[in-house]
Ligand binder design. Sequence first.
Ligand code: SF4
Length: 461
Amino acid sequence: MLTRKTANLTAEEIKDWRPDRLLADGLTPLERARRRMEMSGQWAPWQAVGRRMAIGCVALEVSQRCNLDCTYCYLSESSEALRDIPIEEVFRRVDMIFAHYGAGTDIQVTGGDPTLRKRDELLAIVRYIKSKGMRASLFTNGIKATRGLLEDLCEAGLEDIAFHVDLTQERKGYRTEAELNAVRQAYIERARGLPLSVFFNTTAYPGNIHEMPAVVRFFIDNCDVVRLCSFQIGADTGRGTERARVTVNSETVIDAISQGCEAKLNFGAASAGHSACNRYAYGLVCNGRVYDFFNDPAFVHEMLAATAHLQFDRADKRRAIEAMSDFLLRNPRLLAGFASRAAKTAWRGRRDLFKARGKVGKLSFFVHNFMDACHLDRERAEACSFMVMTPQGPMSMCVHNAKRDDYLLVPAEVKTAHKVRFFNPATGKLEDEKPERITVSLTRKNARGRAREGLEARARK
Ligand code: SF4
């Protein structure tokens, strides 16, 4: 994979960094994405952005509030004091995502925790994303994601659910990742049988890296429901009180995944965005043993290029298999290559196949290496594949995390039948005049993370 060293953004450059504008350059979103990867030196056979997707995904923050207080939280210290932006503004941002990246884009409906938003509004947001031909994924800590809510969200068009569970959340009564498996198991049971791809997000940090192999083992044992286990490396950003990451990086997390799998997976055959940001591997699971699906990178690259135009419906396994079979039947050379590799893997795993009566599951692994707010690499920010939709356009999540309040402490324009009014996020009220400044007052009740620590320290003096 390509990696080049470039300078970190200065404080002035971070301040001046603007959300992407819609360019009238006559290019399609995919062509524009390819140009971006080329310019940042990330255009290579493993690259999915610009080849099969215009962007990895876009975060749509529908609430800044959260019912937990993670020690690596990327949110602003102001977040808890802010009211949810009006639904009209959320829809406007969905429209902007569509205008920038087109149909098929993955939208992370996130926050804060999105389940704190009014239920009807959350359903309407998912429905609206679906109506635009994009994919909605719910990113939640799961506390309020009841079975009933998940069923309603599925009906509205939700395609993926990502549960965030780990020790950084400081859930009461759980001292180890192993103990947290009870929470993970309960969430798996809530989602079981629903037409959803189930993901788990786990923050990897010095306090839990030694437990990562066992966490991976847990996901392997539950791969009948879990499709993707995603590991985020804790970074120095946002309101979180933890900063340490020195002993944890993409390679240590990949090592821990390999230990959990008892197999070395290839994390360099396919990915999206910058190779220093994202690493991806794909395993087949049979009788509890993991087999690397990407063990032949040259063939993976060939398939990635040849199938770039195909859309696979993740919500409909049968249709996805049909689309792939149809493609392979029309491409006998690739079919032969695919069949011979499948046969070799089957031969290697014959004992497991026999014991599992031919049943094979799949599990993907993703490692996301967020940047520290004070060390933002220009090249990575320019090749970012994980954008957040601000009121003015999409922006790299890492850069956004370094200056969240610039986009939170602003009024949102709401068009009513006769005039434009202004939503004040600090009061939750619609005002006729645009407020010049939005200020929030933090108290020991609404302050979180570093802000809470500061207030408590002052109170002790
Ligand atoms: S959010 Fe940050 S770490 Fe993630 S892809 Fe973008 S620049 Fe890289």
